[in-house]
Design a protein around this ligand. Structure first.
Ligand SMILES: [Zn+2]
Length: 385
């Protein structure tokens, strides 16, 4: 009977493990895959459906009609038992998605689990755990903003990620894997399968944008960078626990968006800039996908004089939704897009400056240098003290 089956499903949903999505951990899943025997959220159910019914058959817990045998299947399996099987050998460098994870990562995680069964057959993970990877990615040009195919080579042994303009010529750039960050960048690039790779060069940050038409390939590059980083960290810091090292592999940006800021003189006009908060580094750019930030502000701690305050100092021009970021060197007058936008920027900056500095933070601060741009305007990088 449909009615009693609906009640049975509601009971099963309360069992430990079943009350969160089997794939991303989102609370209160509303769907189930009745051949695999798991409960999943709406987003993950969509991915299950896209794999085809030969892999996963999904139904809504309340809106669809359930056969007795289908209910029996999810009762016999359930999220905890399924996890023991499908996630038996997940490499620790793998980024397990949560509800905030980029869509590509969620999709590839689900396909890796049930379609390719990578975590039941570890040899299928060789693409990204072996420490070496090469292939073509489309890379956005620094000047022309068009994408061109470039050959990328990742070597964990050398700690390098290189790319070549001509396949058999010297690399155009050699990046240190241990010093770069990689994040999915669909919102900025407008391309689902895209990555932003950021690294320090000559005292400033450089951003690269790449994509591949195959979502599995781009995810494998992301994972390969994470795995190479983890292995190198494990060798460099044998005393530090793996769970702590995992936090240092890749970072999504804490917040990005347009803010208006004045120049060093508070009488300067407000100019629209794209701000990116990456750990303790607050960067601002002319355009969201610029290769280099126009300026970078290292966010020290409140104990060193960093503060974020509502409004602007008396006498300074207020453009609306304004706030002030005080550093020992300079006060930055900023203007957000709305009251809510301002609240979010202020609270996230506040959280950063309340945290004590780590030795790693200090090394980032030391590498951000003061420099003059070609136009003669000053790029101010605040020092720690
Ligand atoms: Zn989910």
């Amino acid at each position: 009977m449909a009615d009693s089956n609906e009640k049975l499903l509601a009971e099963l949903l309360k069992k430990p493990g079943n009350n969160v999505c089997a794939d991303c951990g989102t609370k209160n899943p509303e769907w189930a895959s009745y051949n695999i025997g798991i409960f999943v959220c709406t987003r993950c159910a969509g991915v299950h459906r896209s794999m085809g019914a030969h892999i996963s058959k999904v139904k809504h817990l309340k809106l669809d009609r359930w056969e007795d045998s289908q209910v029996t299947r999810v009762r016999e399996v359930g999220n905890n038992v399924a996890r023991l099987h499908y996630e038996e050998r997940v490499p620790s460098c793998y980024r397990r998605p949560n509800q905030d994870a980029p869509q590509v990562l969620v999709e590839q995680w689900i396909r890796a689990k049930y379609e390719r069964e990578e975590f039941c057959h570890p040899e299928r993970q060789n693409h990204y755990v072996s420490g070496f990877m090469e292939g073509f990615l489309m890379k956005r040009g620094k000047e022309d903003s068009k994408y061109h195919p470039r050959k990328f080579v990742l070597s964990e042994a050398d700690d390098t990620l290189k790319y070549h303009v001509k396949e058999n010529k010297e690399p155009k750039a050699v990046l240190r894997i241990s010093e770069l960050n990689v994040a999915f960048a669909p919102a900025k690039t407008g391309l689902q399968n895209s990555l932003q790779i950021s690294f320090m060069k000559d005292g400033t940050t450089r951003h690269l944008y790449v994509y591949h038409e195959d979502p599995e390939v781009i995810t494998n590059w992301y994972l390969a960078i994470r795995c190479a980083k983890l292995h190198r960290l494990q060798i460099a810091y044998p005393g530090i626990s793996e769970s702590e090292l995992l936090l240092q592999l890749t970072r999504d940006f804490a917040r990005e968006g347009y803010l208006w800021k004045t120049g060093p003189r508070h009488s300067d006009a407000y100019k629209k800039r794209w701000f990116t908060l990456d750990g303790r580094k607050l960067m601002y750019h002319d355009e969201p996908m610029d290769a280099h930030p126009k300026g970078e502000i290292f966010l020290g701690s409140t104990m060193d004089g960093f503060a974020v305050k509502l409004g602007v100092p008396t006498g300074a021009k207020d453009q609306g939704f304004s706030f002030t970021l005080e550093t020992p060197d300079r006060s930055y007058l900023l203007s957000a897009q709305s009251n809510d936008d301002r609240t979010q920027w202020m609270s996230i900056i506040q959280r950063v400056i309340e945290k004590p500095l780590t030795p790693h933070d200090m090394s980032i601060a030391a590498r951000l240098v003061r420099k003059r741009t070609a136009s003669g305007t000053m790029n101010i990088f605040s020092s720690v003290r």
